[in-house]
Design a protein around this ligand. Structure first.
Ligand code: PMP
Ligand code: GLN
Length: 379
């Protein structure tokens, strides 16, 4: 029997699969893995149906349908006054996860280092490790504040990239303009690339503005900015997103992309061209989610949780220790799922430092009736 030297010896099955499976086995209301339980916009389904019927069922161009890349460029121009060349700077990917892996694989060599700011989305560190590179993980506060001097101190001659997630899953932190300036100073000073995971760009609350690396001229030149139509159009199962990066970075990105997937689902790309004509959809997202956030927050508070205010994403963090202080977060999430019928995600899994304890994450991208049923169980 051949022995395999694992490339990811520390990696198990992702927590999202583990908790959704447990929720299914125990009939729990699933507020763990982040996905909506309500339908995506009818116009999107209609457009997909038309695209498939019209015969768009063969390979799309490798970098993505030109019409979709043009629609994205128009959206960036209209919503952020950012100019992007659709031919050379946008690549359509099989979701943000593939875009993240592709960007990391395109630029990191074995032995390189990349700085990851915890809490961090669970695909970052394994994507880095799979290249034989090293994730240098720095903890940020759960108030979303990043200690930029600590980030600067973590840079070594081997550092090639800093990964950021804005808004952050799971801390819900949202960058200020000053955060982007601080990041730009470090990236410029050490000539680093930036991977900016901005999949929750439209899910920012209380009137706060989202600041993208694309609108920051110094970061724009050295960043891969990554987005997901799954988030923006309530369609996580479509697995379609995109990466925006300057031509030299996009060119390296596409070298990996073409041999990882070659191209992405053609009818879905045609359908997205249609729905991207109407900006009112994504403009309505903050109000749509903010009312759900507030509904869940009130219910969790009434059930005895202490909350970390949710500023972005569709997640709410809750401290459970006044309910059960005898369990670590993984045990609490299992207990809540199995014994109380509501599934959540333990937050320590987003940290390299396992001492981060006492918090679980709930998803509020759910029908109001689902949130109410979960709250009733928790109370
Ligand atoms: N980044 C973050 C921060 C996410 O929360 C997610 C998914 N929820 C992704 C990337 C992956 O997005 P996709 O489903 O488009 O691969
Ligand atoms: N990003 C989603 C979450 O945070 C899950 C995506 C996945 O299951 N890979 O819950």
């Amino acid at each position: 029997m051949t022995t395999i030297r694992s490339k990811l010896p520390q990696t198990g099955t992702t927590i999202f699969t583990v908790m959704s499976q447990l929720a299914g086995e125990h009939g729990a209301i699933n507020l763990s893995q982040g996905f909506p339980d309500y339908p995506c916009p009818p116009a999107l389904i209609e457009a997909l149906h038309h695209a498939a019927q019209a015969g768009f069922n063969q390979y799309a161009p490798m970098a993505g349908l030109p019409a979709l890349r043009e629609a994205i460029a128009r959206k960036l121009q209209q919503s952020r006054a950012v100019s992007v060349d659709p031919d050379n700077e946008i690549t359509i990917t099989a979701g943000a996860t593939q875009a993240i892996f592709t960007a990391v694989a395109a630029v990191l060599h074995a032995g390189d280092e990349a700085i990851v700011i915890d809490p961090s989305y669970d695909s970052y560190a394994p994507a880095i490790a799979a290249q034989g590179a090293h994730a240098i993980r720095i903890s940020a506060g759960l108030d979303g504040r990043i200690d930029w001097p600590a980030v600067a101190d973590a840079v070594t001659p081997r550092t090639r990239m800093i990964l950021i997630n804005n808004p952050n899953n799971p801390s819900t932190g949202v960058f200020t303009a000053a955060d982007l300036d601080a990041l730009a100073d470090i990236a410029e000073h050490h000539d680093l690339l930036v991977l900016a995971d901005e999949v929750y760009e439209h899910l920012v609350y209380d009137g706060v503005e989202h600041h993208s690396v694309l609108a920051h001229p110094r970061l724009r030149q050295r960043s891969f900015a990554i987005y997901s139509f799954g988030k923006t159009f309530h369609a996580t199962g479509w697995k379609i997103g995109y990466c925006v990066a300057p031509p030299t970075l996009s060119s390296e990105f596409r070298k990996i992309h073409q041999f990882l997937v070659f191209c992405v689902n053609a009818p879905a790309q045609h359908a997205l061209v249609e729905v991207l004509r109407d900006p009112t959809h994504w403009q309505s997202l903050p109000a749509f989610f903010q009312s759900r956030r507030d509904r869940l927050a009130q219910g969790l508070q009434d059930a005895g949780f202490q909350l970390v205010p949710s500023r972005g994403t569709y997640f709410q963090l809750a401290d459970y220790r006044s309910i059960r202080d005898d369990l670590d977060d993984v045990a609490f999430a299992r207990w809540l799922t199995i014994e109380r019928g509501v599934a959540c995600i333990p937050v320590s899994v987003f940290h390299a430092d396992a001492r981060q304890q006492g918090l679980v994450r709930f998803c509020f991208a759910k029908q109001e009736a689902t949130l109410d049923a979960a709250i009733a169980r928790l109370k």
